[in-house]
Design a protein around this ligand. Structure first.
Ligand code: GCU
Length: 616
């Protein structure tokens, strides 16, 4: 590990001075309380008491003292919850809390060369120059930030395991052990993302999951890892997806592949997190029968019941790939005999790359409005963090991390205004900027959606970078991502008359989506191919709605910038300047989207804007 001049990092939503090193979660809880209570000027004594409540805690408030009953990380969660209430100006109350999900995960897509796949906050927190390279102090800050929101599990390395990350499970293991040791006092456990073909890098001729030598290799390797990291949460695997090796490479199915690793982990209580992002990434655009959203369901549903009980299938929230508007993945409704994790993306790959403001609480609310929370047993998110001094590149993007942690602890928090909480915790409850910031966060999603791809269509982005508009950037490509716009209309018919995707949903949702008159309009073009003159519920034609949305979206971005400008002097100067810079870029991006998308559809449809605005 090299010592460097690392930037002075912001304290996220824990503004009091970072306490010294803790040896255990209980120790960390005490130190956080001492530092936090002093900072907030709260003088009722707080006592930590041992009681086995799993990861949960119980708080008892009396006139003389406040007691937190819990064990290990539960004490820390209780301490952070109490400090949060105090920071928000709430009177502490007696309560009992248990997390709804045992695994509350973050996936870093960090490569060991220091780059971060889909990372918008600088270089990797953990790696540089093909080796571990981190500031231990910063990792402690990172761990307490996660823990204070409720996150308890992290995978450090990219789902695409690039060299030398294959060796995190052998040669590089001692350094993984060190990181695990830094995170452990904050109740954070590691997952290691492994390459399914690992045995072939270690002298075996195959990684076939049914091969005896392969089975023995994984058992032996896994046992050796657990000797070093007894509390490892498990492995993450991206298999048979976007050129990654997997069981299909060896003529086996996904359950046979997953069970191989699950059985190696089982004796140690480990979980195998197996991603469901499996589709044909070499599709011929001329092939109109293959429909990418159908892929995950078609691959995994026939295997329901064949996965071992410590396999967790990790399912992206939508059936395609974190697009701005997608329906909830049908796999999240249909699998009945296999544990599932919902996978979200805090990294704003398609949602503005931490340049454009995009607050996600509403997105998650829509998922949980449709999907009972016990349809899943864990939540995971691709992280938005990196080496930038403000952690997430855009200061306000930290609101997503905060809300995400709270969501994993208990989705009921979606009923609270997490944006307001985050702003108060970060800038102080009496900071005059709080209301404006909260309002901006709540405006951000609909603003972005309006100037982005219309009505659920997706994929109008610049290929590879995925920032900025390019309507046909993916139209004649191999990725199965088509709009199929022509002079008559746009979209793909995914009803029973078309590709049949809608039939993957439970009956009630299927009915809703199948019919263009009942399909939610924001997703009309996800499920249907519609003519430009289709009349929307409010009487406008579809093309007019597209034009209006794009003009309004770009105006919305300008309003966000104007709102931010009113905060000068109300926030630390560096925060104000950093966000100002982002918001100015967002306005340019929004105008590009407006003009390119409107021009694109104007050229195809020939329809004039009824308000006579400029379309190029
Ligand atoms: C998207 C993203 C990739 C990533 C992949 C995944 O396709 O663009 O960078 O590897 O998702 O989730 O595995």
């Amino acid at each position: 590990m090299t010592e460097k001049n690392y930037p002075k990092y912001t304290s996220a939503w824990l503004p009091y001075p970072m306490p010294g090193k803790a040896a255990s979660p209980k120790d960390a809880a005490r130190l956080e309380l001492d530092a936090g209570l002093a900072y907030y000027g709260f003088d009722t004594p707080v006592i930590l008491r041992e009681e086995d409540l799993g990861e949960g805690y119980r708080i008892e408030v009396s006139e003389e003292a406040i007691s937190i009953f819990a064990k290990e990380a539960g004490l820390l969660y209780g301490a952070f919850a109490l400090l949060r209430d105090i920071a928000l100006g709430k009177k502490p109350e007696s309560c009992v809390q248990q997390p709804v999900y045992a695994l509350r995960m973050l996936n870093h897509w960090d490569n060991m060369d220091g780059t971060v796949e889909r990372g918008y906050a600088g270089r990797s927190l953990f790696f540089e120059g093909s080796r571990f390279d981190y500031d231990p102090e910063r990792l402690r800050m990172y761990a307490r930030i996660l823990s204070s929101a409720g996150i308890n599990t992290v995978a450090l390395n990219n789902v695409n395991v690039h060299a030398p990350a294959q060796h995190l499970i052998d040669d590089l293991l001692p350094e993984v052990v060190e990181v695990a040791g830094i995170l452990r006092p904050y109740g954070i456990r590691l997952l290691i993302t492994v390459d399914f073909a690992s045995p072939t890098y270690n002298g075996l001729s195959t990684a076939d999951p049914l091969d005896e030598a392969v089975i023995a290799w994984w058992k032996q390797r896994t046992a050796a890892i657990y000797q070093q990291i007894p509390d490892l949460a498990g492995f993450v695997v991206k298999a048979d997806s976007e050129y990654r090796p997997g069981p299909i490479t060896y003529g086996r199915n996904q359950a046979e592949g997953a069970n191989l690793l699950a059985r190696a982990l089982k004796p140690f209580g480990g979980t195998l997190v197996w991603r469901c992002f499996v589709y044909n990434c070499r599709q011929d655009w001329r092939d109109q029968k293959t429909d990418r959203p159908c892929a995950a369901y078609n691959t995994f549903m026939p295997l329901d019941g064949q996965f071992d009980d410590n396999v967790l299938l990790q399912i992206k929230n939508g059936p395609v790939d974190f697009q701005v508007r997608e329906p909830v993945s049908p796999l999240l409704f249909s699998l009945k005999h296999t544990s599932r994790a919902l996978e979200l993306q805090l990294a704003q790959e398609y949602t503005g790359q931490q340049i454009d403001l995009y607050y996600m609480q509403e997105v998650w609310q829509e998922i949980f409005d449709l999907m009972p929370r016990n349809n899943i047993s864990a939540i995971c998110a691709v992280t938005n963090l990196g080496r930038d001094e403000n952690w997430a590149g855009h200061d306000l993007a930290m609101a997503n991390l905060y809300a995400y942690g709270r969501l994993c602890w208990n989705p009921d928090c979606l009923g609270e205004d997490m944006a307001d909480q985050w702003a108060k915790l970060t800038y102080g409850k009496d900071c005059p900027a709080v209301d404006t910031i909260t309002h901006m966060l709540h405006q951000s999603r609909s603003t972005y959606q309006k100037y982005n791809a219309p009505l659920g269509i997706g994929w109008m982005v610049e290929p590879h970078s995925h920032y900025g508009p390019n309507p046909e950037g993916y139209e004649y490509a191999l990725w199965g991502t088509y709009l199929r716009a022509d002079r008559n209309g746009v979209g793909i018919d995914r009803s029973s008359n078309g590709t049949g995707f809608a039939a993957q949903y439970p009956e009630e949702l299927k009915k809703l989506y199948e019919d263009p008159t009942t399909c939610p309009e924001e997703m009309l073009l996800f499920f249907h191919r519609m003519p430009y003159d289709h009349v929307m519920k409010d009487g406008r034609t579809m093309i007019q709605r597209i034009y209006d949305d794009h003009f309004e979206g770009a105006e919305g971005a300008e309003q966000l910038l104007a709102s931010w400008k009113t905060l000068e002097g109300q926030l630390p100067g560096d925060v104000f300047a950093r966000v100002l810079d982002k918001m100015e870029k967002q306005v340019i991006n929004a105008r590009n989207w407006r003009d390119i998308v409107n021009t694109y559809f104007h050229r195809y449809s020939g329809a004039e804007d009824q308000k006579g605005r400029k379309i190029y």
